[in-house]
Design a protein around this ligand. Sequence first.
Ligand SMILES: *[C@@H]1O[C@H](CO)[C@@H](O)[C@H](O)[C@H]1NC(C)=O
Ligand SMILES: *[C@@H]1O[C@H](CO)[C@@H](O)[C@H](O)[C@H]1NC(C)=O
Ligand SMILES: *[C@@H]1O[C@H](CO)[C@@H](O)[C@H](O)[C@H]1NC(C)=O
Length: 491
Amino acid sequence: MMATPIASSITISFLFCVSFFSLLCSSKNGYALDGGERKTMQSHFHTFQVNSLLPVSVCSPSIKDKRKERTVSLKVVHKYGPCSHLRPEKASAPPTLTEILTRDQSRVNSIQSRLRQNSLEKDSSSNSKAATTIPAKSGIPIGSFNYIVTVGLGTPKKQLSLVFDTGSTFVWTQCKPCIVFCHKQKQPIFDPSHSTTYKNITCTSRQCSQLSSSTSTTPSCSTNTCVYGIGYLDGSTSQGFFASETLTLTPSDVFPNFLFGCGENNKGVFAGEAGLIGLGRSRLSLVSQISSKYGNYFSYCLPSTPSYTGSLTFGNGGRSSAGSSLQFTPLLSKSQDPTAYYVDIIGIKVGGKTLSISQSVFKTPGSVIDSGAVITRLPAAAYDALKTAFRQHMTQYRMAKPVSGFDTCYRVKKNTTLKIPSISFEFGGNIEVAIDYSGILIADSSNACLAFLGNSNSSDLVIFGNTQQKTLDVVYDVAGGKLGFGHRGCS
Ligand SMILES: *[C@@H]1O[C@H](CO)[C@@H](O)[C@H](O)[C@H]1NC(C)=O
Ligand SMILES: *[C@@H]1O[C@H](CO)[C@@H](O)[C@H](O)[C@H]1NC(C)=O
Ligand SMILES: *[C@@H]1O[C@H](CO)[C@@H](O)[C@H](O)[C@H]1NC(C)=O
């Protein structure tokens, strides 16, 4: 195989990187919740056994089949949980709190630095196309906290498990012949030569010229085939042919001419999955490409533990905001990062009492919701108020030393029964969203820690992370400009 332009390139130049990758995703340490132990909380406390936050080894699919007319629902599994076939054969120990945090922090650093980069570029009038070179680090197995869905690609269709991420905007999978490099994946690598519906996109096509707004990298050209490159600020990259294929979500949801990246040079933090599904705001994201059938509307539910399955659903199934159990807050978009889903966080309640936090603390840096960041990041003033109030309700438990970045930890045993205060978030539009108890504490067998972190710089973005979204029905009505939350979306 002759070297193509992508083969000779080790680093990619970026105008700036708009995509970030959900490496560090999920705090899903394998928490098991025994349905029987879950107490319905009208009160301001949750009572449960620490056991119910710890890993178990069996998968219990969510029982609810919420499939409605005019929607398509995919099963969401945690990559290393018992519901996933990507799980390593040797059941490895669940990640420690320190590992979770280290991975999560690099994602968050990526998001923060992307925003800083973008605002720098906005400020510099002279050279708005300043390129940044990002070194590709390969083989660091930190992509282990992701949520994945399985889709069919090609004719005949081949099943591929892809990470889904609201923080990125492009869909790609590794492709044979892997001209430069493919990392190992569980399922066979997609081979376009075995599909009758695969088509290369030509360099002169309209689609090729649309690429750069999704990947933030100018496409190149190899024997008249459009070549994409996408880099994530953690150093992961994928390059290959821009192509179209038949995408099969379910037997009745088949999308011909779906645009995707056929990755021939894939580096970075992947661990078994075949690629990535971006759900951010861009024309090439999965949600945009199937919007003619389902509208610009999707929702997901992330399970309380990897022992359950969640769902990723496209279309609203005739669900109207009036009379539904969903509560809506406006989805905002900001020029610093037009692909991200911004929201207005306005306050936090602990044990039913609103904390005294100035709203400007959230407003000044702005807030995003992210399916990939694990732990919610709050302005320091908000985090301090939260932890102080939380601790006041927890005086009957012995505090533990801080565990990596978490500073509000308690010594527990598996059979310890905890009674903890409820925590809810207030969003613009005057809604209050109660966090499930699996989203309040993060635990291992001897410590249970308050699962929030403070930002070190008051201009750092506020991030509503995936731990705090567990079991919520999270609805992105992108066309309607609003984000909905419902309770008990999944187990
Ligand atoms: C797609 O383009 C690449 C690079 O030009 C080429 O090697 C490959 O054979 C093409 N595939 C098809 C199906 O045209
Ligand atoms: C909890 O487990 C410990 C051993 O880890 C045991 O000594 C203790 O009796 C148990 N307590 C209860 C209430 O079951
Ligand atoms: C906080 O971030 C801003 C913007 O990125 C930067 O200018 C400032 O120096 C940072 N402050 C500290 C204390 O790091």
